[in-house]
Design a protein around this ligand. Sequence first.
Ligand SMILES: CC(C)(COP(=O)(O)OP(=O)(O)OC[C@H]1O[C@@H](n2cnc3c(N)ncnc32)[C@H](O)[C@@H]1OP(=O)(O)O)[C@@H](O)C(=O)NCCC(=O)NCCS
Length: 179
Amino acid sequence: MTKFRHRLATSDDLPAIATLMRNAIEQLQAAYLTPAQIVASRESMGLDTRLVEDGTYFVIEAGTLLVGCGGWSRRATLYGGDHAAALRDDRLLDPATEPARIRAMYTDPAHARRGVGRLVLALCEDAARAAGFARVELMATAAGEPLYRSCGYTLIERVDRLSPRGVAVPGAVMGKDLV
Ligand SMILES: CC(C)(COP(=O)(O)OP(=O)(O)OC[C@H]1O[C@@H](n2cnc3c(N)ncnc32)[C@H](O)[C@@H]1OP(=O)(O)O)[C@@H](O)C(=O)NCCC(=O)NCCS
């Protein structure tokens, strides 16, 4: 069994994270989306450097290899990379009344289905709980939904994430109580 280590991401990790995300978006969504939808999904998926700056973004390594990443957030943005300006909301959430966010989960395709995603989710949930949050919510891609379901997340609402070019990409708002 591969031994995975985790740590918080730093700005030095950004190029490797971007490559991993690109590969995951292209390859791991292929069973769920049409090629046009995969292209459209890039418009809202990818790197959110705010999570790295906030110290809420994890990387998973096997030896020296980056094999996965994902994070949580105490900010209102539900999903979207740096380039998805319309989706961003930096407002700080109130742990007493609002759910923290789970954000930007990606696994290197060569290391898929080995528990990397499950590990990142557990790290995020523990950190959000330690910060006082009683619940987490996220926007799931079609490729992400089986992971979240298997980790106890339930469906809140199905949505079509409409790309600026009008291609509908399926999404699901999901959530989980932490206590
Ligand atoms: C979603 C993603 C992060 C899952 O990562 P992963 O490391 O392969 O997930 P895990 O190995 O931890 O999977 C844990 C469980 O989730 C479920 N699961 C994960 N991927 C699945 C798939 N493709 N089909 C069915 N079940 C799946 C299974 O129950 C799995 O347990 P099992 O392998 O013992 O059966 C990865 O597929 C990915 O990067 N996808 C593309 C990017 C993306 O859509 N990210 C989600 C953004 S919301």
